[in-house]
Design a protein around this ligand. Structure first.
Ligand SMILES: Nc1ncnc2c1ncn2[C@@H]1O[C@H](COP(=O)(O)OP(=O)(O)O)[C@@H](O)[C@H]1O
Ligand SMILES: NC(=O)OP(=O)(O)O
Length: 312
């Protein structure tokens, strides 16, 4: 029986260099990543692709704010759903076109996914998820003053607007995703970490937040019993002393080592930190193994020749 991987694709797979934000550029970036994912499917893997949406949420919110005197403002949960549809469409088309070239007889389906969060999550009081474009400090502070934005310096890369990012508690559509996989579909799900919803009595209700895609993907991997949780980002391997003269690239680390290195501060908050935490959560909840690499090295990483493998 085929193995199933949940692959969380990072920012660079959608927007190159944080700059190429036109729809044509985004589609180009998606195509590049899908080329490598299709090769994985060709080798027999079942794949659930998840993706980020931080920049795209910020762009849509900004458009809505600029148009607000003529058109109603769009709440953040609806914006999240919009990004799942648009990015899911780009992935569906790009994978389908790669499958055609390779005579792969698989169809791709995107599931608009809700993710339940805790209404009492302290994250609602402390916005931390970067959205939209990078800004200079001056622009950020001006928007903070004039438009009431929450802003932070984002992992040494510039200033960003931030919104609340509660932890995912449950993938609402997990059974639908599992059923599609079991029936041979390649699935795009939990885009942008999922649409955040809270329980109100019997009902679910959307809330203003953006969930971290790596945390939601880790929960999804556990929820559907995936064989592999893969994080595709901009680096081939996870490193100790990242960016320093004594950088050491890791081929493998155990769960215990991952926790130790995290405690020692090797994984920057806002970039590699959440990815390692997501992997730790996945393995602690019974997950089998995780792999972190970049799109171009997925094939080698699956053969044990690249990437960083994290095991229990
Ligand atoms: N210890 C580390 N090892 C490897 N990369 C690291 C490390 N610490 C920070 N990074 C940075 O984290 C980045 C991945 O985080 P990020 O850019 O937020 O991911 P995403 O692909 O989800 O947008 C890497 O490209 C690298 O620049
Ligand atoms: N939702 C989310 O985690 O998006 P990014 O990966 O773009 O930050």
């Amino acid at each position: 029986m085929s193995k199933t991987a949940v692959i969380a694709v990072g920012g660079n797979s959608l927007i190159k260099d944080n700059k190429r934000i036109s729809m044509a550029d985004q589609l180009e970036a998606v195509k590049e990543t899908c080329f490598y994912v299709a090769k994985m499917v060709e080798k027999g893997w079942n794949v659930v692709m998840t993706h980020g949406n931080g920049p795209q949420v910020g762009f849509l919110l900004r458009r809505a704010e600029i148009a607000a005197k003529d058109l109603p403002i769009i709440p953040l949960d609806i914006i999240g759903a919009d990004t799942q549809g648009a990015i899911g469409y780009m992935i569906q088309q790009s994978l389908r076109n790669e499958f055609q070239k390779r005579n792969i007889d698989r169809q791709v389906a995107t599931v608009v996914s809700q993710v339940r969060v805790d209404a009492q999550d302290a994250a609602f009081q402390k916005p931390s998820k970067p959205i939209g474009s990078f800004m200079t400090q001056e622009e950020a502070l001006r928007n903070q003053k004039e438009n009431g934005w929450n802003v932070v310096e984002d992992a040494g890369r510039g200033w960003r607007r931030v919104v609340a990012s509660p932890l995912p508690q449950e993938i609402v559509e997990k059974d639908a995703i599992k059923t599609l996989i079991d029936h041979g579909f390649i699935v795009v799900a939990v885009g942008g970490g999922g649409i955040p919803v809270v329980q109100e009595g019997e009902d679910l209700k959307g809330v203003a937040a953006v969930i971290d895609k790596d945390y939601a993907s880790s929960l999804l991997a556990n929820s559907i019993g995936a064989d592999l949780f893969m994080i595709s980002t901009a680096v081939e391997k996870v490193s100790l002393n990242y960016g320093k003269e004594n950088q050491i690239d890791l081929d493998v680390m155990t769960l215990a080592q991952a926790k130790q290195y995290a405690a020692e501060g090797h994984f920057a908050a806002g970039s590699m930190g959440p990815k390692i935490n997501a992997v730790i959560r996945y393995l602690e909840a019974g997950g089998k193994e995780a792999l972190i690499t970049c799109p171009g090295k997925i094939e080698e990483a699956l053969e044990g020749k690249n990437g960083t493998r994290i095991i229990r």
